[in-house]
Design a protein around this ligand. Sequence first.
Ligand code: PRP
Length: 204
Amino acid sequence: MLTIALPKGRIADETLAVFKSIYGADFAFENRKLILQTSGFRFLLVRSQDVPTYVIHGAADLGICGKDVLLEQGALVTELLDMRLGECEVVLGMRRGERLEATRSHIKVATKMVNITKQFFAAKAMAVEIVKLYGSIELAPLVGLADAIVDITETGATMRENGLEPVETILKTSARLFANRDSFIEHKAEIMQLREAIANSLPI
Ligand code: PRP
């Protein structure tokens, strides 16, 4: 039986709907339960950022989370499929009309995604101070905590309504199906069969 870690929220709901369309049965977590066992699968419901941890440690064979989470954590997993769910962008955002000045000696950037931010500015050979936050990133430039942010945007509404705008796209992301490396070797046929079934059932 394969164990699959899902990120709480819309991606878990949409993934379970895909399983329902493949196997016919109802795939739904009961009320507060974090484990769902049905039709030969075991699903775990976890925080998006924790999905790679469950997979890397082998507590789950497979996981689904955003490409940004995999990149941020440098997760050593076998990526299998772009689920084309949860499509969004990681952008550099600034107050409307402001732009990065490469010559400025000290730039502060607020973000949840410290490693992606470090890599982005290292590639520009710009030294920046990174301010790690856990949410409401858009607030930071409004109150002088940072000059810019690196954050996820989907509709762009949160940035817009807070007087910010995207200045540069850092990466496009979407949910990926991935496997623990050892599980993939051990259960290759079963995993590839599931991968095909999911790929064929995704909305076009
Ligand atoms: C993300 C992100 C923005 C918002 C952008 O937060 O940090 O705040 O969504 O979406 P929009 O472009 O459609 O307005 P999320 O909802 O993931 O919450 P979090 O801050 O708890 O991660």
